[in-house]
Design a protein around this ligand. Structure first.
Ligand code: ATP
Length: 236
């Protein structure tokens, strides 16, 4: 099957710091692929390179066969890619509805209405809270909103940067269920997580990133059994 997303020998630098070092990876349509690694391994930099900020300093990023490495970010995001960013970054003074509209700012009125119904279908809690200001919502609800905002444009590829960071165990379990529901709805998911155990349980495949390099790649099930992964990331 042709890859939906391909990184071909991608490197990304911040000045002299190499955050992503010669990474090659693939995500196929319909997959959940996870990228795991410690703090500072370069996971966020890799996701953001895909979005065009920062730019790759070498190598190529391909989406559905098209080279998007040098495209402006706003054009990349219109290709059918959306991101729920690290730290959620909802607009605190806006209501749930207004936040969702921001996720669909380039859509027609019908597109926004459609997107909103789609998101409220996935997250009934957001419909109940439609007029609530997002600053007053719980961390879990804000995370649902960040994911919902990303889904407004009905992306084919959803990028998720640490969606469970700082959440209570019960909410974490809900978020991982939601990720599987999103995939079942036909969206391909590229998931960055520090919660390696849970991420590998739901992922078809995973990549392990250390100091900007991919050091291991395998199915989620095999990585869960891998001794090096168990020692470094699963507390075994
Ligand atoms: P975390 O899980 O803590 O978010 P990460 O795996 O996402 O970590 P990155 O945030 O991508 O890692 O950071 C990779 C490296 O790049 C780190 O050494 C970090 O200090 C550096 N870095 C990240 N952003 C910048 C920046 N804007 N300017 C300079 N260096 C940066």
């Amino acid at each position: 099957m042709a890859a939906m997303l391909q990184f071909e020998h991608v490197s990304t630098h911040y000045g002299a710091i190499c955050a992503v070092n010669d990474v090659s990876l693939e995500v196929h349509p319909g997959e959940i692929v996870t990228l795991i690694g410690c703090n500072g391994a370069g996971k966020t930099s890799l996701l953001m390179t895909l979005c065009g900020t920062p730019r790759a300093t070498s190598g190529r990023v391909l989406f559905e066969g098209e080279d998007i490495t040098r495209l402006p970010t706003h054009l990349i995001m219109r290709k059918g890619i959306a991101i729920s960013p690290e730290g959620r970054r909802v607009f605190p003074h806006l209501t749930v509805t207004e936040n969702l509209m921001m996720g669909g700012f380039f859509l027609s009125k019908e597109g926004i209405r459609d997107g909103m119904e789609h998101v409220f279908g996935l997250f009934p809690r957001l419909r109940e809270r439609a007029q609530q200001r997002s600053a007053t919502m719980s961390g879990g609800e804000q995370q649902m909103l960040a994911i919902g905002r990303a889904l407004m444009s009905k992306p084919r590829l959803l990028l998720m940067d640490e969606p469970t960071l700082g959440l209570a165990p019960l909410i974490i379990a809900q978020i991982f269920e939601i990720i599987q529901t999103i995939r079942a709805a036909g969206v391909t998911v590229f998931l960055v997580e520090q919660n390696a155990n849970r991420a590998l349980q739901i992922a078809d495949r995973g990549y392990v990133l250390e100091t900007g390099r991919v050091v291991l790649q395998d199915t989620g099930a095999n990585l869960l059994r891998n001794d090096a992964v168990r020692a470094a990331y699963l507390g075994a």
